[in-house]
Design a protein around this ligand. Sequence first.
Ligand SMILES: [Zn+2]
Length: 329
Amino acid sequence: MEPIIQASNKKVYPIIYKPSPNSRDSINCFLVEDAYSLTLIDAGIEHPTYKQFFKEQLATYGFQLQDISQILLTHHHNDHTGMVNDIVASKNIPVYASDKAVPRLRFEPDYLYYKIAFFEHLYKVYDVLHTEAAINRMMKLRTTYEQHEQLKIQANILPLHQSQKLGDFHIQYFPGHSPDSIAFYDESTKWLFAGDIIFSNSIPNALVDFDEEGEMLQTVQQQQQSFHALQNLELSHVFAGHQPSFTNTAEVIERSLRHMDTKWQRIYQALQQGELTGQQLAQAAYGLKLDSAFIFVMSDIIGYTYYGEAQKKITINKETGVWKFSINA
Ligand SMILES: [Zn+2]
């Protein structure tokens, strides 16, 4: 368990959940108390065991659900939104997230419908659409589309924008892991509530996604820029969505940038053997992980090949239905 952190008139109560005793990563959310409010930053997963755990943690700190005065979400992923519906049902409080999170949290049918077509095309040109992992992913996307009414966040989401202030929190966009990733920065304490922007021991996956026009986002460049933007912030304590909180911020950011370079090298090296399809490249660089961690591996393959193309280090031949990748001489 992480300790309560205190500075001036503010306190952070960490709610750290380990799905099983030997799970590597925890699922974290944080209660921030000041003289006027009790803010919940992120809301865990939706699961009966988690609900029980969450309420017990609150009780340990001397709180109950109704004491929470607002919820702030770092991004839309369901390991950060689990308790929102329950809390809002017990008391109608404001729920804030990035403006870019709104269609995703609402499970808007147009957005979900486009997402299916977007990934179908992408997996086709990367020549993995026929694999079992891709078939399962596509099935899951279709199920999500069909069940959007049940899945959506019931609360009315209040959109936050870059550089906006909410109480003492500065809102800053840090895209990369997801397009709607934002952090809450408290200038007086130099605390950063970072969600899945940066972790203490590994780097968050830069998940393939698209913008409002349906265009593929340069997620790898975004993540790199986000790490650089973090270097410009004075940080005393980073509270992350997974893994332990940390204070050695400069070191963690540098390691994260190096980790990105390692990922890039892995793909660049694999292409030394000559022109490859997306599937061949994924297999050469990641082996069996292509099946066991399909979404993450494909996010790296797609993200870093686009990155390489933008850097003029990789050529993507898009003339045929299945794209071919090669390194530039
Ligand atoms: Zn997460």
